[in-house]
Design a protein around this ligand. Structure first.
Ligand code: GRF
Length: 241
């Protein structure tokens, strides 16, 4: 058995994505060890989720640091001390300093509630409705110095309904976000997905277009959904194949 993937998670809010990762792990579907949960908001629920699972936490307040770069350096010193294999931004609501991100030795991924490159930034659900889009979704992308602009690894899509509101879209998308994040982390954990200087490698070839999460509305457990390369059949593997 290979060693579990060492995960550091950065979060600012309610921590439902973190909880989804931990639930998949507890169900034996995700070989991870969450070595740190760090936050810029000491009172956020994500830290409670981590503490309840016995995971080490770090809470750093931005106002205790001279500027953004100083905060980010302090944050990533804590991350480095935990020696992660992968860093996951799961509802981490701060823009990171570009130099700090560029110096990062581990791959770092972010879950974003839109079909990137459409709608980077905030208020994605309202913007989808304002634009009259027929489709919405979520993306997992590599974090680079530019906000929500790193290479997209995987996406999940869903139709927009005539009676949708931003709240309804957010509620319908959230379980799909969880499934997508669990599936992508699963691919890292079983070595099928990794970041290389030549680009993202998926099953030994450079990933040219994002993987797609296959979902069906009657899935009893949406986190069991499978990722596939567009045009290919889903393959089994570590709860994420
Ligand atoms: C998710 O919608 C995520 O896509 C966005 O922030 C939200 C975080 O939710 N970046 P949670 O804190 O994981 O519950």
């Amino acid at each position: 058995m290979p060693a579990p993937l060492r995960l550091a998670v950065l979060a600012s809010g309610r921590g439902s994505n973190l909880a989804a990762l931990l639930a998949a792990q507890a169900a034996g579907r995700l070989p991870i060890e969450t070595v740190l949960v760090a936050s810029d908001r000491p009172a956020c629920q994500a830290l409670d989720v981590a503490r309840a699972a016995g995971i080490p936490v770090a809470a750093l307040r931005p106002r205790d640091h001279r500027d953004r770069a100083a905060f980010d350096r302090a944050l990533f010193e804590r991350v480095a001390a935990a020696a992660p294999d992968l860093v996951v931004l799961a509802g981490f609501m701060r823009i990171l300093d570009g130099d700090v991100v560029a110096a990062m030795p581990w791959p770092m991924i972010n879950i974003h509630p839109s079909l990137l490159p459409r709608y980077p930034g905030l208020d994605t659900h309202a913007r989808v409705l304002a634009a009259g889009d027929a489709e919405h979704g979520a993306s997992v992308h590599l974090v680079t110095a530019d906000l929500d602009a790193g290479p997209v690894l995987a996406q999940v899509r869903m139709p927009v309904r005539a009676d949708d509101t931003p709240e309804r879209l957010a509620a319908r998308l959230l379980p799909l976000e969880h499934a997508l994040l669990v599936a992508v982390v699963g691919l890292f954990a079983c070595g099928r997905l990794h970041a290389a200087p030549a680009g993202i490698q998926f099953d030994g070839t450079t990933l040219a277009v994002p993987l797609v999460l296959e979902t069906s509305s009657d899935d009893a457990d949406p986190t069991a959904a499978r990722l596939r390369a567009p045009g290919a059949r889903a393959a089994p593997g570590a709860g994420a194949g």
